[in-house]
Design a protein around this ligand. Structure first.
Ligand SMILES: Nc1ncnc2c1ncn2[C@@H]1O[C@H](COP(=O)(O)OP(=O)(O)OP(=O)(O)O)[C@@H](O)[C@H]1O
Length: 407
């Protein structure tokens, strides 16, 4: 860019005391002309500068737009394998492609093997991911004290008792196991239809034992965090050991622990790797202290037997749909805070909810409340429950409908 010429000098008026009046007038007139011409020159420059400023502003706007577009464009995730004088070896997640990429010496100093980075299409490292942006934080639900208590769970008292023995006692009373000389169960597997309270059970036991609740969903490991399953499983157990006492809850474990299929697609290989990592974490579990593991599945029939061997998920607890008495209790739990009319008889409603799970019953009560609201009433009456039931069962035609679920 060429530098603009320097500004014109400030005209000076030099008046000599010996000057005649004519000479003086002449000097003043010349000075006035110079001032006028400098003024014109400055005006000129000013309008040039204004024009240039507008151009530059436009340029800045365009650059900003391009910068924003670059910043929001998708980046790939990779792990640093090695940092050497020749550059940084990174492995892209998903396709496992290994690439040697160069970085500035300052950036190289901040990197170490195992770090996760975001790379662009040319494999240049754009970002070093910290724990906050890390999928570890996204993949796990962590709660210091989940707000579920055993009293909030209806119809599965026997299962609550079994979970207490298998999970709560080893955390709160480990000396009993030492005294008797038996190992507490390693992992507890809750199995049964969807919406029967499996997640609630795991949360309640964490709450009652003041343990950190850490949940990971098997389906997300294989659908959302492709290529990261094994690492996330490792992180899950590492996090649990940092936060013990902890209850680790692996929901939909069938997604990562189904029986092996014959197909050799890379997706399957990856699911296998995730499962192997899970098995090896479970096997190294003895020295893990105050960590209890609970898994849940709706597809017990699909599970790989390897996961059920002694030392792994060796305590199986079936969580079925509730019977009439259970449904009554769940209805009571979910209508506790509701303004219920005198004509509502929970027993007879519960009797008519044959195949309903706990989650279905919760939806029924919410729907009934919605009918009352639509009708501008603050009290929920029997008709609202009947309308809600009709509505829920109509959507039952949907093959994925909750009520129709065949287990
Ligand atoms: N036994 C129960 N008692 C009271 N509420 C229940 C019960 N079972 C389910 N619910 C209600 O349904 C919701 C979902 O239940 P939960 O997530 O525990 O089911 P789940 O068995 O883990 O289901 P999924 O297999 O679909 O994950 C709960 O938040 C709760 O409101």
């Amino acid at each position: 860019m060429s530098r603009s010429p320097s500004l014109p000098d400030q005209p000076r008026l030099d008046l000599d005391p010996d000057m005649s009046d004519t000479e003086r007038l002449d000097a003043i007139q010349k000075h006035f002309k110079r001032i006028v011409s400098v003024n014109e020159e400055l005006q000129h420059r000013l309008s040039d500068a204004t024009e240039r400023r507008q151009d530059l502003r436009e340029e800045v706007r365009q650059l900003k737009r391009r910068n924003d577009a670059l910043k929001t464009s998708a980046l790939y995730i990779a792990s640093v394998e090695e940092v050497s004088d020749d550059g940084v070896v990174i492995k892209q997640h998903g396709n496992n492609q290994e690439v040697l990429t160069t970085v500035s010496p300052q950036a190289a100093e901040q990197l170490e093997a195992g770090d996760r980075v975001a790379i662009n299409e040319s494999f240049a490292i754009q970002l070093i991911l910290d724990d906050e942006t890390d999928s570890r934080a996204q993949a796990m639900e962590i709660s210091e004290s989940p707000d579920v208590r055993y009293e909030d769970i209806g119809g599965i008292d026997q299962q609550i008792q079994e979970v207490k023995e298998a999970v709560e006692d080893p955390l709160t009373n480990p000396e009993i196991f030492d005294a008797v000389g038996v190992e507490p169960p390693s992992g507890v597997l809750l199995y049964g239809p969807p919406g029967t309270g499996k997640t609630m059970l795991a949360k309640a036991v964490a709450n009652e034992t003041d343990a950190t609740f850490i949940k990971m969903a098997g389906s997300e490991l294989v659908q959302k965090f492709i290529g990261e399953g094994a690492r996330l499983v490792r992180d899950l157990f590492k996090l649990a050991s940092e936060r013990e006492p902890a209850v680790v809850f692996i929901d939909e474990i069938d997604a990562v622990a189904s029986r092996r299929t014959d197909s050799k697609t890379s997706g399957d290989a990856e699911v296998q790797r995730t499962m192997m990592q899970l098995l090896s974490e479970m096997d190294g579990f003895d020295d893990r202290g105050d960590i209890r593991i609970i898994a849940a599945t709706n597809r017990f029939d699909m599970l790989d037997e390897a996961i059920l061997r002694p030392g792994r998920f060796d305590r199986l607890i079936e969580v079925p749909k509730p019977g009439a008495e259970g449904r009554r209790r769940i209805l009571e739990i979910h209508t506790q805070g509701m303004n219920i009319a005198a004509d509502v008889d929970l027993d007879s409603i519960a009797d008519g909810l044959g195949e309903y799970s706990g989650a279905d019953i919760e939806s029924l009560t919410t729907e009934a409340g919605m009918f009352a609201i639509r009708d501008d009433r603050t009290e929920v009456n029997l008709q609202d429950f009947e309308s809600a039931k009709e509505k829920i069962e109509r959507s039952d035609d949907d093959p994925d409908g909750v009520i129709n679920y065949q287990y």
